[in-house]
Design a protein around this ligand. Structure first.
Ligand SMILES: [Zn+2]
Length: 330
């Protein structure tokens, strides 16, 4: 499977090249439009290319259906009152910080409310969700490592009276040694869900490397080969190891423990997509990642009611309800 390719319409060499766009809303909008419409503006309502600017900043009108639109229509940024220059800044930060950016930091750096920063993070995560549905990892001669990890703190570390420990979330990761990774939450590490997930995500002509967990025992039935290392005895045997997957988990855990402190089960898949996005593009320049995140925002919408639960009510200071978001301080 190929890595996502480079596709930035504007060439930047360093963060200082981006600064003029962060300080000038007009320039930010032009950059945003150039990324969103690399082959020229088109109408998001009827996809006609006969469109023209009207006398309002950032507004366009369609020559076919006569509707007005802007570059943010039909993207995760639609309806946002936050200037595009701040969106660019937030996306750049989230693309370049290997372990993620806390909403609190965005709040301080962009001078916006915590609620806006929190919601921005979730919208950018949705834009970063770009895993192809049908393209499989591995392939002829390829090696895919499969490993699982547990996300969450130790129950013994929580000294609150009456605290009932919840089971930790389990994440299964498949890493193609020559390219991308995919991560999914799984209910438990048992043979059936793991086999179902791996068969759905990995090409049958692939060599599989795992640890000695019993859930992986039958993978040799479905793939070209399956070799495992028993971590009680050895970690590497020639090319058989799960070091790539463990390195991925290490980044993910440092992000969850060190940056976000806690991620609720409900939001975990979106955080996983964020880490996957960065890992799969780790060889791209920062600005190409920014470009791809903006291009991935098309055709998606996220409203504030969706990230919080139906029952969740905002608190007086505008931040999301504690019980529904896991940790409101992330
Ligand atoms: Zn139109």
């Amino acid at each position: 499977m190929k890595r996502p390719s480079q596709s930035s319409p504007t060439k930047f060499k360093s963060f200082s090249d981006l600064l003029p766009y962060l300080a000038d809303e007009e320039k930010a909008r032009e950059l945003f439009e150039a990324i969103r419409w690399p082959h020229g503006a088109f109408c998001p309502h009827c996809r006609a290319s006969r469109v023209y600017r009207i006398n309002r900043p950032g507004r366009w009108k369609c020559g076919e259906c006569r509707k007005q639109f802007s570059a943010t229509v039909n993207t995760v940024f639609e309806g946002s009152h936050i200037p595009l220059s701040k969106w660019l800044h937030a996306i750049f930060m989230m693309c370049t910080a290997k372990k993620g950016v806390p909403a609190k930091q965005l709040q301080r750096e962009l001078g916006i409310s915590y609620k806006s920063a929190w919601f921005m993070c979730h919208r950018v995560r949705l834009a970063m969700d770009q895993s192809p549905l049908f393209e499989r990892l591995g392939g002829k001669g390829g090696i895919v490592e499969i490993d699982e990890t547990y996300i969450g703190g130790k129950a013994s570390n929580n000294k609150h009276r009456g605290y009932k420990p919840k089971p930790k979330a389990i994440v299964a990761t498949m890493v193609d040694r020559s390219g991308p990774a995919r991560t999914y939450p799984v209910p438990h590490v048992k043979r059936r869900p793991i086999e179902w997930l791996v068969r759905r995500s990995v090409d049958p002509d692939t060599n599989i490397a795992t640890d000695g967990h019993a859930a992986y025992k039958r993978l040799e039935w479905f793939f070209k080969s399956h070799q495992s290392v028993d971590h009680d005895k050895e970690f590497v045997r020639g090319i058989v190891h799960t070091n790539f997957a463990e390195s991925y988990h290490s980044l993910l855990k440092r992000g969850v423990f060190g940056i976000f402190h806690h991620v609720s089960d409900k939001h975990l898949p979106r955080y996983l997509r964020e880490f996957e996005f960065r890992w799969n593009r780790r060889e791209l320049a920062d600005f190409d990642m920014l470009t791809q995140a903006i291009q991935g925002a098309g055709g998606k919408r996220l409203t504030y009611q969706r990230p919080i639960s139906r029952r969740g009510r905002s608190r007086k200071d505008g931040s999301p309800a504690r019980s529904t978001t896991g940790n409101p301080l992330t």
